[in-house]
Design a protein around this ligand. Structure first.
Ligand code: AMP
Length: 286
């Protein structure tokens, strides 16, 4: 496993892979790796000849009042965690290697970025799309592996790949959880011990709402969506969360469910004090 920091070293490596007709699987991350990230790396191992993991805390996807400065940067520990996996390259550039001072071009999502997290994190998904497209252009992956924990991000990337005819196969990996159900996230370490004890209630609330929905046919789901969203929101408030949204949508389109929907998703974003947590659960209707 080599750690590369410059575009020219990365390009040189990718050029060699292409000459040797090796397939490439790519796992973009912001580092501070945990078992959720490693499950993506495992999938990458199974998928292609060569595995590239990027570690880059992308300034473009953080708002002015968000945790960019505070975001944990743990490159040495990340490299140690990747060592047991068959990773060929860890690409860990500095921001000035990636972004020229007078750059003029960025990617804008004009659809899904207006809902859910996009309503609260202005510019976030454009920042994500811009870095992901740049990394795709640098790594030229055959496969890109993303987590379904960030479901809206996954759908935004899927839309970008389709809209811009990007030649990459996208794979989504289920959310990896702690034993008590909390979705793993680099931000969980911001939680105080008391908030950490409370945090699994987020997924428990999702599961309770999912259980109710899965007993319904689609017509009943559509009728009761608003009530169920409101109840879940209130439950979270009573338990000490400050929820931004609880939304039940069609899992394929992220639009309100219709009579032809066969998979629904409940998505939530909620704060425990200053820590913002997101999670989701998919319900396949029978
Ligand atoms: P991040 O470093 O938070 O930008 O995440 C990098 C990738 O790991 C993204 O595709 C995330 O969706 C994915 N990821 C983060 N947490 C988890 C998790 N608990 N389970 C599965 N994938 C995850």
């Amino acid at each position: 496993m080599q750690t590369l920091h410059t575009l020219s070293d990365l390009k040189h490596f990718i050029h060699t892979c292409k000459r040797e007709h090796k397939s490439i699987a790519f796992v973009p991350t912001m580092g501070n790796l945990h078992a959720g990230h490693l499950s993506l790396v495992s999938e990458a191992n199974k998928t292609a000849d060569v595995v590239v993991v990027s570690i880059f805390v992308n300034p473009l996807q953080f708002g002015p009042n968000e945790d960019f400065d505070q975001y944990p940067r743990t490159l040495d520990a990340d490299i140690a965690q990747l060592a047991p996996y068959e990773v060929d390259i860890v690409f860990a550039p500095q921001a000035n290697e990636i972004y020229a001072p007078h750059r003029q071009t960025a990617i804008t999502n004009r659809g899904l970025s207006n809902i859910l997290c996009g309503q609260y994190r202005e510019g976030h998904f454009d920042g994500v799309c811009t870095i992901v497209l740049k990394l795709f252009n640098l790594v030229e992956p055959d496969y890109a592996i993303f987590g379904l924990k960030d479901y809206q991000q996954f759908k935004v990337i899927e839309a970008m790949i389709n809209d811009l005819n990007i030649n990459v196969s996208l794979k989504g990996i289920p959310t990896y959880r702690e034993n008590d159900g909390l979705a793993m996230s680099s931000r969980n370490q911001y939680l105080s011990p008391a908030d950490r004890a409370l945090a699994p209630k987020l997924y428990e609330t999702l599961k309770a709402t999912a259980k109710t929905l899965s007993a319904f046919n689609i017509e009943r789901c559509i009728t009761d969506i608003h009530t169920l969203e409101t109840q879940a929101h209130q439950n979270l408030t009573q338990q000490g969360f400050t929820a931004q949204y609880v939304n039940i949508l069609d899992a394929d389109t992220l639009l309100p469910p219709s009579k032809t929907s066969n998979k629904l998703i409940i998505l939530v974003a909620a704060y425990l004090n200053n820590t913002r947590l997101i999670d989701n659960i998919v319900i396949t209707l029978t």
